[in-house]
Design a protein around this ligand. Sequence first.
Ligand code: DNO
Length: 349
Amino acid sequence: MKLSFRWYGETDPVSLEYISQIPGMRSIVSAVYEVKPGEVWPEESLAKMQAQCAAHGLVFDVVESIPVHEDIKLGRPNRDALLEVYCENIRRCARHGVKCVTYNFMPVFDWTRTQLDKKAPDGSTSLVMYWEQMEGLDPLKDDINLPGWDASYSKEQIRELIRAYGEIGEEGLWENAAYFLQKVIPTAEECGVVMAIHPDDPPYPIFGLPRIITSEKNLDRYLALYDSPSNALCLCTGSLGCAKSNDIPAMVRKYSAAGRIGFMHIRNVQILDDGSFEERAHLSSCGSLDLYEIVRALVETGFDGYVRPDHGRMIWGETGKPGYGLYDRALGATYLNGLFEACEKSLSK
Ligand code: DNO
């Protein structure tokens, strides 16, 4: 596996120097953030990122994300032009050494939480989603602005988008996903890039919006839409793992054995009795997921793709982007290194 770390570019309070000091760290996961979805990424930005990473002994070879414009997800008439831009961005990334591109197909909102700084008894804070807080939330009335979301929409635009997704429904979203893959995967194949779809987080409908990348059945369906190693998964254990019905180690084993995982996001969550969830430390005993079984499944199937420790808690007084501080993600990386080394050595005995 190739160990990686997400870095938000020059404005990220976590420096490349610090990231490079994490044992075993190899790759940087980043994106061009200064342009809007649907615009072409300047090659200078990609070249600069590559050089900055190389100066710290790191490789910028994973992009997270090239966002999919809402008009593509909605199948609107301008989608072909937007898909042309999307393909051009894949080509440009590939020219600058990128091997894996993450994206999602979630309508309007990326990941959703109701609180970003829930304090645990030990004083650390983490992201949570509590149904009781969710019930009161209305994206049309409240000023909800979560870090996962594109803050550039006005309330009017959000209202219009929610209405449009209501009209196409789940099956419409599937059709538009199929169309997206038909256009994009051939380009990815030509460029030697693996497209890794991120699951919906959490993996069920939010605010009545359809969500499709949620379960084993739906992942099978998505991968079958275009049967190619370039049409792969970014298997996020914490996203899929907050639905009790998803057996994460079994899913990891199945899709890794089939060569259809490009990227692993590894983190732990605690599912609560009412289906709410809290992000927890990576250690298996801290949450609902068995990280040892997940890593064992990867090692036993010979996984050689990218892995990153996903969302960390805020610990030791660190402040910064919720989920993306240095300390707890670094602890996660070190724990993952330990699990991989142990599983690899016991397999080779
Ligand atoms: C959250 C991330 C997601 C992910 C996108 C991929 O922390 O895992 O925002 O980057 O869904 O497009």
